[in-house]
Design a protein around this ligand. Structure first.
Ligand code: SAH
Ligand code: SF4
Length: 345
């Protein structure tokens, strides 16, 4: 392995056991040292080499000279320590910035991770979409979000959702590798069903996810009850039309026996009518799925959040459908940390 690789691709956070084995053997150390390194970083969540008591000093010096430890640092925290939702502005090594969100409920602590800097898909209701795409995040930058927020959290993190900035399925390999590190029983050990990946509907990657029989939860941003409606708010619907999207979900159900969660951002006078409920019900009723209704968090654009009465009416019309319906009353909209509100300038 070439040395002097202190760039964003080479942070220790983000590497797996095989990478650590190749590092320690390069420095003429035995393989079990790699397991110790893995344990310090992912299980103990230490932040410096000084704390790695059982590693030889020279090995630590060699690694520190050649590899970056943590690729992110916290720039700003929004929300009081006691608040239910806190938003973290994080800086990458190249000066780019991302956001991650920590949410506390009674028993659950959920963190919302970013997978890209910006997003290429430009959904009209989403603040991240206005940024365009700057770049994919590395595995290290994704996992470091988790490790930094874990340090900030008073309780263990119980759930991770890839619902921050970016489209996870356009950074597929790094997102799956990150989920694998979060799930690794020798490290962070978060259950696969506690990790959710949300996609705007990148059909080939849904097929891939299904073929690989990934155990992570899959959420699909449907956000409309017809092709025309999706086209109005989500440009990606042109490339991957709603019928192909639904077909891919059927394939996923068949391959994995897992249900998907359809997310549905509720936009006033766009997709919140009784007819929408009917069309939506026809569209997804014969699929093993859940529906998560997300009342729109306003971002200053052309869309409006439906009134509370209208939201209740929409939910009321969904009372007798054959799938489970939940509502995401976004936490953190008051500090612009709600769904779709993450943006950096
Ligand atoms: N790119 C992925 C994941 C990030 S967005 C995706 O689109 O699925 C996470 C969720 O927030 C998606 O379901 C998206 O539809 C929703 N969302 C985006 N903008 C929103 C807004 N302004 N208000 C409420 N939800 C929004
Ligand atoms: Fe990208 Fe998701 Fe926002 Fe659409 S909703 S612009 S896919 S982050």
């Amino acid at each position: 392995m070439s040395l002097k690789r202190k760039n964003i691709e080479s942070s220790l956070i983000g590497m797996n056991l095989d990478d650590f084995i190749s590092i320690v053997t390069d420095f003429d150390e035995q393989k079990y040292r790699a397991e110790q390194l893995f344990n310090w970083i992912y299980k103990r969540n230490i932040q410096s080499f000084a704390e790695m008591e059982n590693l030889p000093k020279q090995l630590k010096v060699n690694i520190a000279d050649n590899y970056l430890f943590n690729p992110l640092k916290i720039l700003k925290v929004t929300g009081a320590k006691s608040a239910k939702t806190r938003k973290y502005l994080l800086e990458c090594q190249d000066g780019e910035k991302i956001e991650a969100v920590l949410m506390k409920e009674q028993k659950r602590i959920t963190i919302c991770l970013s997978s890209q800097i910006g997003c290429a898909l430009g959904c009209e209701f989403c603040a991240t979409g206005t940024m365009g795409i700057i770049r994919n995040l590395t595995v290290g930058e994704i996992v470091a979000q988790y490790l930094l927020l874990l340090k900030e959290s008073e309780k263990p993190i119980t759930n991770v959702v890839f619902m921050g900035m970016g489209e996870p399925f356009l950074n597929y390999d790094n997102v799956i590798k990150s989920a694998d590190l979060l799930n690794n029983p020798d490290g962070i050990n978060l259950g696969a069903r506690h990790i959710t990946i949300s996609t705007a509907g990148i059909v080939p990657q849904i097929h891939k996810f299904a073929e690989e029989k990934q155990r992570y939860k899959l959420a699909i941003s449907l956000n409309g009850s017809t092709q025309e409606q999706r086209l109005k708010t989500m440009p990606i619907a042109k490339k991957y039309p709603i019928d192909k999207l639904i077909e891919s979900v059927k394939y996923y159900n068949n391959e994995t026996r897992n249900l998907v969660t359809f997310e549905y951002v509720l936009l006033s006078d766009i997709n919140d009518s009784e007819l929408d409920v009917k069309r939506l019900t026809d569209l997804i009723s014969d699929l093993p799925c859940k529906l998560n209704v997300i009342p729109y968090n306003e971002i200053g654009g052309k869309f409006v959040r439906p009134s509370d009465d209208k939201i209740k009416e929409f939910l009321g019309n969904l009372l007798n459908v054959p799938f489970t319906v939940t509502t995401r009353w976004s936490k953190g909209a008051d500090i612009n940390a709600g769904c779709g509100q993450l943006v950096v300038t």
